[in-house]
Design a protein around this ligand. Structure first.
Ligand SMILES: [Zn+2]
Length: 368
């Protein structure tokens, strides 16, 4: 872990990693190299349950991943995939799960002050980015921006303020449907309570994450919300028409609306979201990163330029090693997209934007 030799040009911002969920569910310590975590977990149930890891601090550094939107996430009981998985049925049960994950980020950063930093404001972001400059003598830092995925931990919108005070900077109201709105595979518009949630977020300057929200709720939220909006980890529905949960993906209409709002959409390199008929039996070799490039290209075509697309890997959340494209062994391999984008005619400035610049522009608008 020596000083960065990187020229500062192609930093990656990854808008979605479920780090705390992995840490608290599987005991993953992400300061370890990915290979070490894989070796430690060999023969344990973890790789069967969640796949082999794609993440680790050395891989973030090697891949020039400077900023990660680090989620708080817990599973609704009706969607859990096994008895091993912690899950909730009510906000009262969800709250301590989400709270423990936010505490985890604080403790983790405190324990690794030279390597990790929570991003609460612009000053934190600038300090993290400065550690990636060639002149910086120490190790580069990875900045973690707390993102609440699914707002079930918030029983009443008045509670948003306390979460913001503890460092949450972005909220996605839905994962599946809840009291606020429809979500993945469970359609529905924004509710009256959902409107109050958005008002509370807006007054605190939080980023609204539309990923997982049903389209009806997304379009209503785009009409109502005057703050910064994003889709942290969503692909274009047009390219995965056969996927069994179509409302997990963005229609071209929604992509265009997001571009009008100067939003950014984080493309997910997750095989079922790249090829809707993909099954684990087909193996990771059945999908190439060309399909990630197709997704990026499509969003740019619909948006009209290359400033509204980025990366939202969801690595170790949905995808483990076995469920990402053939070329990807760890998150460091996202740098492989560079050559493909250049081949497709994206300029160096556009590639910089897609890797991280577009997300940084959004953060500079959203943070104080
Ligand atoms: Zn998700």
């Amino acid at each position: 872990m020596g000083a960065a030799t990187f020229d500062g040009d192609l930093l990656i911002v990854d808008a979605h990693e479920d780090l705390a969920w992995n840490a608290l569910t599987f005991g993953r310590e992400y300061m370890r190299p990915a290979a070490e975590t894989r070796a430690l977990e060999a023969g344990s149930p973890t790789p069967q349950r969640n796949g082999n890891t794609l993440l680790g601090y050395p891989e973030w550094i090697r891949g020039h991943v400077a900023v990660v939107f680090a989620t708080l996430f817990a599973m609704p009981e009706r969607w859990k995939t096994g008895a091993w998985e912690p899950a909730y049925t009510t906000p009262a049960e969800a709250r301590p799960m989400y709270s423990a994950q936010l505490d985890h980020y604080h403790h983790w950063v405190e324990g690794n002050p030279e390597h990790l930093r929570l991003i609460a404001g612009l000053a934190d972001l600038e300090q993290v980015l400065a550690t990636w400059q060639p002149a910086h003598a120490g190790t580069p830092m990875v900045g973690l921006l707390p993102l609440m995925e699914g707002a079930e931990a918030i029983g009443d919108p008045a509670e948003v303020e306390a979460w913001a005070a503890r460092g949450v900077r972005a909220i996605g109201p839905a994962w599946a449907s809840n009291a606020y709105c429809g979500g993945t595979a469970e359609p529905g518009d924004l509710t009256d309570l959902g409107r109050r949630l958005l008002q509370a977020m807006e007054s605190l300057g939080l980023i609204l994450d539309l990923s997982h929200m049903d389209e009806a709720a997304t379009l209503t939220a785009l009409d109502l919300y005057t703050g910064v909006v994003m889709a942290s980890h969503s692909n274009a529905r047009r390219l995965v028409p056969e996927h069994p949960k179509p409302n997990r993906h963005l229609t071209d209409e929604t992509i265009a609306r997001l571009a009008e709002r100067d939003a950014v959409i984080g493309i997910v390199p997750y095989n079922p979201f790249l090829r809707g008929d993909w099954t684990p039996a087909m193996g990771k070799q059945a999908v190439s990163i060309e399909r990630v490039l197709d997704q990026i290209d499509h969003v740019c075509q619909v948006a009209g330029d290359a400033t509204h697309v980025g990366l939202g890997s969801d690595f170790d959340g949905g995808p483990g090693l076995e469920k990402v494209p053939a070329e990807i062994d760890t998150i460091a391999d996202l740098q492989l997209l560079r050559g493909g984008l250049a081949e497709r005619g994206f300029s160096p400035a556009e590639v910089r934007g897609i890797f991280g610049g577009n997300w940084l522009r959004l953060l500079q608008r959203a943070l104080r």
